[in-house]
Each structure stands twice: as structure tokens, then as C-alpha cells.
Design a protein around this ligand. Sequence first.
Ligand code: 5AD
Ligand code: FES
Length: 362
Amino acid sequence: MPSFDEILEKQSFTKEDLKLLLAAEGEEMSKLFDKALKTKLKYLDNYVHLRGLIEYSNRCAKYCLYCGVRGKNTKVERYTLSDEEVLECAHLAHKLGYGSVAIQSGERDDKEFVDKIEYLVKEIKKIDNGSLGITLSLGEQTEETYRRWFDAGAHRYLLRIEASDEDLYYKIHPKDKKHDFRKRLECIDSLLHLGYQTGTGVMVGLPFQTLDNLADDLMFFKRKDVAMVGMGPFIPHPDTPLYEYKDQIPSAKDRMNLTLKMIAVLRLMMPEINMVAATANQTVDPLGREKAIMVGANVIMPNLTPNEFRENYLIYPDKACVKDKPDQCQTCLDLRMESIGHKVLYNAWGDSKEFTNKKSDR
Ligand code: 5AD
Ligand code: FES
């Protein structure tokens, strides 16, 4: 059997290799992190890209068993930002030099919502002649809707698969028409097919999740050849059904380390993709985002949502930065990145190199 060091040097990994890498502890884990950082610096330099996050609405038609804003949580006060509020956020992103915005929302697919997003995307594109990149993270939609939003000017889309194993998927989602694993896969395929820079991802440390599942998730990202991946630790929310299993998941520290190992291994497998240092990392560890950057992540999504709404967008409890003003976050991020030898790249879209290279091959 090859040694850990030999596996680390391989050009491509078998599933058994991946499981071994994900199980690394102590010195082996440090070696993995070291190699992932070196790989990132070689391919992507020490730049960190920002996406100003706009949490457009917490109204949600779905009931995902992990999510604090699930439609059935009656404790949440529901809101939708006005057009003016969204555009103010976008102008602020532009002023702060963020380069891109990401619009995220609870899931809806009614005509009013679809039309509204199309309108907002077009309006954001008018700012400084389309200088802002636009990422959407608005859940499952028809291919026609995805096409309309793409034509309006959105060029990236995030739709996490959450769990690439069908059995696990149905342990963290209700098994019904609204939460159909096949439909989610089809949506990801539509996005890829339409030419979006497509991002997906999973939560790490879910109840019932095994190393086998996580190795499969990594292979899924590679097989789909996605341009972006977001992975963060699962954080049990008291007002959700999965909270019941909070004592059956790894400790916060272990979920953090497992997330870091997932990021590091994926950086070795897909050296040029964009990977986000998710805010959830910072919730389980005050230096969580820095740690994610140091093992291979290269994107951060500072929150631009007006502060009065943020308390109502708690997908998971104790979300970081809920009380910070956007300009505080900017200074804070600059300093945080500088402290780990990285640099925030302002006024650039920061597209996935994996995606731009593929496009130029065609
Ligand atoms: N803990 C961690 N991440 C969560 N998400 C949703 N709920 C939780 C939770 N309880 C993640 C999902 C979703 C993204 C927006 O947030 O992966 O895709
Ligand atoms: Fe918000 Fe640091 S990013 S305070």
C-alpha cells in the first residue's frame, strides 16, 4: 500500500486515496494543508476575490431539514428587500471596489419573483457600464428561468448539491416532490449547459455523513467539472428538524478540520477552481475563514445586506458579521488577509480560472 506521502504526490486520486487523505490527522494533516496552499499559490497567487453578498429575501417555499429559514419555521420574521435596497447594496459594492455581487435568497419560482430578479440583474448591470459581476444563488429553477437571468447579465450561479449521495440527500431533505434529488442534479446540468460559471458544494459534518460520502462529493465536483465550490461546516439550528441529531455529529473542531481537509484535497484535485471560505467557517472558529484561505480557498463573501434584515437571515445560528457595517467588514477583511500573507483583489470580477481556460479551449 502506498504511504501517505506517496498518495499526496499522486496526480489523480482513487476513492480510497481520498478517504485516506480526509482521515489525515496531526503531521499528515499539516502536510496536506501545506501542499494545498502551495498548489493554490502556484496556480492562483495570493489573491482573494470578494463577492458582496445581498440576502434578498428569506421567504422560502422549501423545508430543508437543516436550514433556519425553511418555510415551516414560524419564528422567522419574513422580509424581501425593496428594489432600492438591492440597488443601494450593489452601488455600495461598486463603491467599496468589490467587483462582484452575489444575490442569495430563499427559494421561490413564481412569476413575480422570476421577473423581479431579471429586472434587478439588468439594473445592476447598468451600474458603471456593467462593471459588477453578478452571481446568483436562488435555488432550483426551470432552464428557461436560468436562461432569462443569464441573458439579463448574471454569469455565475451557485447551487450546492448539499449531499451528492441520494440516500444522504433524503436524510437532510424531506422526500417529496419539492425536494427532488434528481431535479437538483438536472438544475446543475442546466446551469453548466447554459454557460454559467457553475458552483456547487456540500455541508461538512452532517448527521449520517461518512468519509465515503465526502470522498464521493469530491469526485462529483470533479466529474461535473464545476468552476466553483463552496463547503462549510454544518451548524445545527435549534428551530430545524436536524437539531435533534446535534449530539451525533463531530465536534465543532472536528467539523472545522474536516471542512479544511475537504478544501485542501479539492484544491489538489482542481487547482484552478474558485473556492469560497464560507462564513460558516467563522461561526465555528473565529479564524475559520483565514484557515480556509490558508488551505486553498480564494473567495470571501462579505455581507452587504442592510443590518436591520440580517438577524432574519440566520440559516444557522451565530452567523458571523451580523452586526458589522459593510465598511467595517472591508477594513477588517483587508487586515485579516494581510495577516496571512494574502491580498484582496479589488475592482475585478475574479472569474474562475478553471472556467476561463476551458472556454478558451473551445
Ligand atoms: N449549517 C451550515 N450551513 C448551512 N446551510 C444551510 N443551512 C445550514 C446549516 N444549518 C448552507 C447550505 C446552503 C447555503 C446557503 O448555506 O449549504 O446551500
Ligand atoms: Fe465582517 Fe470581519 S468581515 S467584521
